[in-house]
Ligand binder design. Structure first.
Ligand code: NAD
Length: 316
């Protein structure tokens, strides 16, 4: 039986690559991409695409009926840095869209939901090294608050209504295909673009700010593996800790210098430094590794090599 999948917010950094991967697994015709606009033309032209506002329950429901959807990946959100500029917009979008999808699943209009959480659920009172799955969570950003509350609701809908909802606390995601959309870890993507264009980069975080990060290929693999795991293996229904690597701006600069010796980095921390300071520097994801066999592949030098070679070929 073929699975019909709808991705909401598919034009973004993660949604776009998730769409391509799911189409390669489940078939082009079985994966419908949607977003608020046509901004990501490569994605729009790559297969079936619908305009959907994640705030609009009726249009999501109509699209599910039209395409016989059984699984939704909800990737639309306002991220950490943008959320601090527009707190109420972030609250409205991040919460309302989640309720719409959970309620569709509760009403049995769809069978399965993926909703991403984030390391932003943690806060300054959380242990920063090897942050455990279950620990103190007092997020200080509006984005982190929406993700923490969202996790509680996911678990609630699973426990009370039997909704099959699955979630990962993504770390900062690094990728070359689609630019990131306003997060605190965006520097780790911008730095590669600038290294190629100008051989220098002014970083908005300070040199020793360590944050948990992951290469896109690993993040997509984790998402696909979690969603295809047997339901009984998915023991955590709030959201799983997920870890790849951790590094500082100084360490990523050193990794780039191995490939581009002239590369120079300078530091001018802005408001995003406070956000980064409130997050863990590394994550303990033992539960994901044990419950559904998660393993990451890319280390920092592996990411650097892949990023630089792909960005160079893209600009040719
Ligand atoms: P992004 O900002 O790159 O993409 C979000 C997409 O949602 C955009 O294409 C945007 O047009 C779309 N969108 C915005 N408002 C919408 C609406 N009302 N209706 C429909 N679409 C709308 O974000 P991303 O980096 O791809 O993140 C996807 C998810 O992963 C989010 O939930 C985010 O919180 C989470 N996450 C991302 C990271 C990361 O490093 N990228 C880290 C942790 C968690």
């Amino acid at each position: 039986m073929s699975k019909k999948i709808l991705i909401i917010g598919a034009g973004g950094q993660i949604g776009s690559e998730l769409t391509y991967k799911l189409r390669s697994i489940y078939g082009q015709q079985n994966v419908i991409a949607s977003d608020l606009n046509y901004n990501n033309l490569e994605l729009v032209n790559s297969g079936t695409f619908e305009i959907i506002d994640a705030m609009d329950y009726a249009s999501i429901k109509i699209c599910c009926e039209k395409h016989d959807i059984d699984t939704i990946y909800l990737m639309a959100a306002i991220l950490s840095a943008t959320g601090e500029k527009y707190p109420m917009k972030a609250w409205d979008l991040n919460m309302q869209s989640l309720f719409h999808i959970l309620n569709l699943a509760k009403a049995k209009a769809i069978k399965k939901v993926f909703w991403p959480s984030s390391i932003a659920v943690f806060g300054p009172t959380t242990p920063t090294e090897n942050t455990p799955q279950h620990t103190t969570m007092e997020p200080t950003t509006v984005y982190g608050i929406t993700k923490q509350v969202g996790e509680r609701w996911c678990e609630y809908y699973h426990e009370k209504y039997g909704v099959d909802v699955r979630s990962l606390r993504y770390p900062g995601i690094i990728s070359w295909k689609t630019l990131p959309g306003g997060g605190t870890t965006d520097y780790a993507v911008e730095i590669y673009h600038e290294a190629i264009k100008h051989k220098k980069y002014e970083c908005f975080l300070s040199e020793n700010t360590a944050l948990p990060m992951m290469y896109m290929e690993d993040a997509i693999k984790a998402t696909v593996n979690l969603m295809s795991a047997d339901a009984e293996k998915v023991k955590i229904r709030s959201s799983y800790n997920l870890s790849g690597i951790s590094f500082t701006p100084k360490q990523i600069a050193a990794s780039i210098k191995k490939q581009i010796p002239e590369f120079e980095i300078s530091y001018k921390p802005d408001f995003r430094q406070d956000i980064a300071n409130s997050w863990p520097s590394s994550i303990d994801d033992t539960k994901a590794r044990k419950d559904w066999d998660w393993k990451h592949q890319f280390d920092l030098d592996g990411i650097t090599k892949d990023m630089l070679s792909n960005l160079v070929s893209k600009t040719k």
